[in-house]
Design a binder for this molecule. Structure first.
Ligand code: TYD
Ligand code: MG
Length: 459
């Protein structure tokens, strides 16, 4: 430790080795190993391999943690209720936030709008784009109707030169669009390679903590939706946000995947319109918009997204298998839970689904993974199978166990309140949740113990 030694690294993926290797064990590339004198400090391998990024506060003496005066705790408001909630109440100064999402989903638009909102406050904002020219960003800003004195633009992709831009602007917020275009001058690899991503992120994290600016990094995602680059990026940053949606629909969901300063699984809902992204304050109404009533196979459930209850419609289609093995397909709900629910219906409620194809989807593009929607899925399936509609003003809640029992769900009161707000008056709930509903005497609340009982009462 601490001594100079020659090591080798892969110029493609940054994999390190004490010896030169013909083929990289990390990325399987041939002849990609280069020699590099690396001064080793005492930090674990795989975190960062330059001395610049070894520690945030190298050379500082240890400080008292508890009892020491906390210098700041105020967050930078984003002036967007949705964004603030996802971040846990505004942007923490010095934090680094990685935003991932499919191409064209609206990452640049979201962050340009955020930059303008923050730039209208007292702090400076620096928007760094290696992907688009100033004219392009300016055009987008014009389209979004942005006018802001505190918003600076730079197309600097070189980290060293970016530092002088940072010094001249002294921003409170920096936006890097995207981290894949940044390059660390000390490294021979191409921008976007794993080694570069790792080093650039580490350096930006270091700078953000040192200079106390907040930093958003836009990250590309791979075809299957994972953030491109090593997983280590997600460990290095404070918050990971994922921007999702269907590019055919104008609905966009911003989700916190990791958050050191707030709850994860919070979502923000936006719609993409002519003038950029607009917040949706009442997503339940949006998800239930245009719902066909009294159609067999449609059930309304309340899913909890983070701390917020959201009403969604679950639709199921059950039809005889024409050829081969029965198909089960899901969109927006967990595939395995649907298969399990179908098995429980078969065994405990006597529905003969073995020779039926099953399709279940959540309307509106939301992804619901909570077990609390199990009973809703079961009723949607049974309703379509028996061709009897579930009453359109009914909300269904409950988790299903393998014995066919309906288990209690959490935060029932919150869910009921949200449903009542949208005009629902009839509830099918687990019997164990009935105590909560006694506080709402003017509602029709039906408690059920088993799936069979739920089917009898609902259909
Ligand atoms: P963009 O922010 O460039 O996406 P990303 O940075 O994630 O690749 O947004 C691209 C899409 O958004 C594009 O198809 C056009 C659409 N859009 C609107 O519909 N309205 C708008 O006001 C803006 C700026 C973009
Ligand atoms: Mg973009």
């Amino acid at each position: 430790m601490g001594r100079e030694r020659v090591s080798f690294f892969c110029s493609e993926c940054g994999h390190e080795s004490g010896n030169w290797l013909g083929r990289c064990p990390g990325c399987s590339g041939w002849n990609t190993f280069r020699e590099a004198p690396v001064k080793r400090a005492g930090y674990p391998p795989g975190v960062a391999h330059g001395t610049r990024t070894a520690s945030l506060m190298a050379g500082h003496p240890p400080e008292l943690l508890v009892g020491a005066v906390l210098t700041r705790d105020e967050r930078l408001p984003t002036h967007s209720g949705e964004m603030d909630r996802v971040l846990g109440g505004g942007i923490v100064p010095g934090s680094v936030i990685l935003l991932g999402g499919d191409p064209g989903i609206g990452k640049s638009t979201l962050l340009l709008q955020l930059a303008a909102a923050v730039g209208n406050g007292p702090g400076m904002v620096l928007y760094v784009s290696g992907e688009e020219s100033r004219q392009q960003v300016q055009m987008r800003a014009g389209r979004l109707g942005i006018s802001c004195d505190h918003l600076y633009f730079s197309s600097e992709a070189d980290l060293d030169r970016l530092q002088s831009a940072l010094e001249s602007v002294a921003p409170a917020l920096v936006i890097i669009d995207s981290i894949q275009t940044m390059s660390h001058p000390g490294l021979p690899m191409l921008p976007g390679s794993i080694g570069q991503l790792r080093e650039c992120t580490a350096e930006l994290v270091r700078l953000a903590k040192l200079e106390n600016f907040s930093c958003f990094l836009i990250g590309h995602v791979t075809k299957d939706g994972a953030l491109a680059g090593p997983r280590v990026l997600e460990h290095m940053v404070d918050t990971v946000l994922s921007f999702e949606g269907d590019s055919h629909q104008n609905l966009r969901l911003l989700r916190a995947v990791k958050n050191r300063f707030g709850a994860t699984n919070e979502i923000a809902v936006f719609t993409m319109g002519e003038r950029g992204l607009e917040e949706v304050a009442n997503p339940s109404a949006l998800f239930l918009d245009g719902r066909a009533v009294d159609i067999p196979g449609s059930v309304v459930v309340v899913a909890l997204e983070g701390t917020r209850p959201v009403l969604v419609e679950v639709q199921a289609l059950v039809c005889p298998t024409v050829f081969g093995a029965p198909r089960r397909a899901t969109t927006g709900v967990d595939y395995n839970r649907v298969v399990l629910t179908a098995a429980v219906l078969e065994k405990r409620a006597g529905l003969n689904l073995a020779n039926q194809d099953i399709y279940v989807s959540v309307v509106g593009g939301l992804r619901v993974v909570e077990p609390a929607v199990d009973l809703g899925v079961a009723l949607a399936l049974a309703s379509n199978f028996r061709n009897i509609p579930v009453d359109a003003g009914t909300v269904v809640l409950g988790e299903i166990g393998l014995t066919g029992e309906v288990r209690a769900v959490g935060q029932v009161e919150q869910r009921i309140r949200e449903a009542v707000r949208l005009g629902f008056r009839r509830f099918i709930l687990p019997e164990r949740n009935l105590d909560v509903s006694s506080r709402y005497p003017d509602l029709e609340v039906i408690g059920v113990k088993t799936v069979r009982e739920a089917l009898d009462k609902a259909l």
